[in-house]
Ligand binder design. Structure first.
Ligand SMILES: Cc1ncc(COP(=O)(O)O)c(C=O)c1O
Length: 512
């Protein structure tokens, strides 16, 4: 009897799993990956894809179905991500950079009330050190980024400088990232945005699964009544994922991030459903129609619209309200992402554990390093000094400031700064780690204003951006910071090798 397509597909998928189990051993989570590691020989990446046969089967299955363009898998992924975060909608796009572009474009639509619409020349507050595509959409769409400094201890914006950047009638939004998975001071940012009726865009590309906790009364005053889904109440705080506090947030699904689909990203519409229609329009060619791929007449009046100066009844599918893009990913990418979403909770936890292992292993090197602190923490507490006090482990692991706010980072990386008094520079250390096959990175673009693109922009169009004051924090990050990986593919042996290598390097340099 000849085989049916379903039989053949099942056979291909069975073989696919078998192949992947043999082929992709090095991409398993750290615990499973341990046996393959040879110190000094095997590269310890700073990040990478962590997956099993599930993702490979999903990719092949969806490719065999050959829908290709964003379709059933994409719709399911969007629903599942929105449900996980507890936001109104998530829209898939083809990268985190595209997510930032769509997020920002959303606020430029003429469909918003004039005082909320971001128009050319309006100002948007951002931060000097970070990833360039958090900032570039602001300039690309004609608005003016206003740069504030970073606090080198957290990598995040110095929230106390916000007032100095505000200009009545000009400032329309704040757009910043949670630095390397460290939530920025959402309490201060949300109060500032509420005071001046500004949009808040959270670039959550490096921070999926991180949480921010605010005392209940303060959270309620800002309109937050409940925790994110799955986070139990402790009776004193509202705890929500980062990326669920502002107006829109963005994700990246490029391999180093908390979950991957190769290339990919998402725009999360947090509270206000109409923003979804605008964002979708910018993602999908600028069209006015909101039919999903392969569907016609979702609005029920495809030939009943009269918009612009078009004749009445012109096909809604070809009516354009915005200068849009096409930034959609493929359906097989979403199929991979759906499998990754199921693994997200252990991925989130692994990043926290790996950060803690590195922190404890390097703790007595404070004469040469300054270590990143989670926002609102004032000190890291060594395990031997942690009491058995009530509260979750991350709360006991740090001393906290007096705001009552807490941050629980699922770290994108383990950032440290080489003290200026140390007998080596961050570049010396980075070079040594490279030689020892230990993946490391600088904090993205460092002080972005020193990048060739901004130096040139200042010459070409001096009013394209504004700098409020010097940015010594961003400079310090640029001159002294680097980060190691915390991703779930790292085994304990790899982390111990990193610790030992750094310790030996410091011993060598300090005795010289
Ligand atoms: C904070 C931040 N925003 C945006 C992006 C861009 O994401 P993508 O590489 O998917 O375009 C990145 C990339 O790592 C990032 O770190």
């Amino acid at each position: 009897m000849s085989k049916t397509p379903a039989d053949l597909k099942a056979e291909i998928l069975r073989l696919t799993r078998e192949y992947s189990a043999l082929m992709h051993k090095a991409n398993r989570p750290g615990i499973e990956n341990a046996a393959a590691f040879v110190p000094g020989k095997t590269t310890v990446p700073y990040a990478g894809r962590v997956f099993t046969e599930d993702e490979v089967e999903a990719a092949v299955g969806s490719t065999l179905d050959f829908w290709l363009t964003l379709g059933p898998e994409g719709e399911a992924f969007e629903r599942e991500l929105a449900a996980l975060l507890g936001v109104k909608h998530s829209l898939l796009v083809n990268s985190g950079s595209s997510a930032n572009l769509v997020a920002f474009a959303t606020f430029t639509t003429h469909k918003l009330p004039p005082h909320k619409r971001i128009q050319p020349g309006d100002e948007v507050i951002t931060v000097a050190a970070g990833f360039p595509t958090t900032v570039s959409p602001i300039i690309q769409l004609g608005a003016v980024p206003v740069f504030l400094d970073n606090d080198p201890a957290t990598g995040n914006i110095r929230a106390e400088q916000l007032e100095s950047a505000y200009v009545a009638g000009k400032t329309k939004a704040v757009m910043i990232a949670h630095a390397l998975g460290n939530p920025f001071d959402l309490g201060a940012l949300l109060e500032f945005c509420k005071k001046y009726d500004l949009w808040l865009v959270e670039d959550n590309c490096d921070a999926l699964g991180c949480t921010y906790s605010m005392p209940i009364e303060r959270a309620k005053a800002l309109g937050f009544m409940q925790n994110s889904p799955g986070i139990p109440s402790n009776g004193t705080h509202i705890t929500r994922f980062t990326g669920t506090w502002g107006d829109i947030s963005t994700q990246s699904f490029y391999p180093p991030h908390h979950l991957t689909m190769g290339e990919g990203g998402a725009v999360n519409i947090i509270h206000r459903p109409p923003l979804k229609t605008y964002a979708e329009s910018f993602r999908d060619w600028g069209r006015d129609c909101w039919c999903a791929s392969g569907k016609d007449d979702t609005c029920g009046k495809r030939f009943g619209w009269q918009l612009g100066e078009l004749p009445k009844g012109y096909d809604h599918k070809y009516i354009y309200s915005h200068l849009g893009y096409n930034l959609k990913p493929l359906d097989p990418q979403a199929a991979i992402g759906r499998q990754q979403l199921k693994k997200l909770p252990p991925f989130i936890e692994a990043r926290k554990e790996n950060w803690e292992i590195l922190r404890a292993g390097l703790a007595d090197l404070e004469h040469v390093f300054e270590f990143t602190l989670p926002t609102h923490a004032t000190a890291w507490i060594p395990p031997s000094k942690r009491g058995a006090a009530a509260g979750s482990s991350f709360e006991n692991a740090f001393a906290w400031d007096s705001t009552g706010c807490r941050t629980d980072a699922s770290w994108f990386g383990f950032m440290l700064r080489v003290k200026s008094s140390a007998p080596f520079s961050h570049t010396d250390l980075a070079r040594h780690l490279d030689e020892k096959k230990i993946g490391n990175r600088m904090f993205f673009g460092g002080n972005l204003l020193k990048q060739p693109v901004f130096v040139q922009l200042k010459k070409d169009r001096p009013h394209a951006f504004r700098v409020v004051a010097d940015n010594p924090g961003a400079d310090e990050i640029m001159h002294r910071a680097l980060f190691l990986g915390t991703y779930p593919g790292l085994s304990k042996d790899m982390l111990n090798y990193e610790i030992e290598t750094i310790r030996n390097f410091v011993t060598e340099k300090t005795k010289a």
